[in-house]
Design a protein around this ligand. Structure first.
Ligand SMILES: [Zn+2]
Length: 147
């Protein structure tokens, strides 16, 4: 989660569609949850991809786009990103990511450790795994740095 590949200013985003549009690097700074897959030339919500909602709500984009499948309709990108950010399930995913990182990075004990302080010697492993955390994100971020 902390090592997701991000394009930089040198990366040439492919142009697509009849209007010759492409993904804009500035969008990554504008939406912290946004991730770009160069293999698919598509955008994903990192948070909702890691902690997917159980249902899609009423988004025009639908649960598939940005979560289970890429979003690449660049013409409407900013509008769709804004709409996605306001979805309840996106906010739920944001809270799950924040909670997970808090535990994984050692800022907060998980429930079991809070109940049993004798388990605290395992915290070292959790802090270590925070740096090298891996998820099934390889399918669309195969070139992120590996530990
Ligand atoms: Zn989301």
């Amino acid at each position: 989660m902390l090592n997701v590949w991000r394009p930089d200013y040198k990366f040439k985003f492919p142009i697509s569609g009849t209007r010759n549009l492409k993904f804009q690097l500035a969008w990554l700074a504008e939406w912290e949850w946004l991730a770009y897959s160069k293999e698919e030339d598509g955008a994903y919500c990192l948070w909702c991809s890691l902690f997917p909602p159980s249902s899609g709500g009423r988004s025009r984009v639908g649960l598939g786009k940005l979560v289970h499948t890429k979003f690449s309709q660049w013409k409407n990108a900013k509008e769709e990103f804004r709409a996605h950010q306001n979805l309840q399930y996106h906010d739920d995913s944001r809270l799950k990511v924040a909670g997970f990182l808090s535990v994984a990075c050692g800022k907060q004990d998980n429930v079991h450790m809070q109940l049993d302080t004798a388990q605290k010697r395992k915290v070292g492993f959790l802090k270590y795994s925070c740096v090298y955390i891996t998820f099934p994100m390889d399918s669309f971020f195969p070139h992120r740095p590996k530990p």
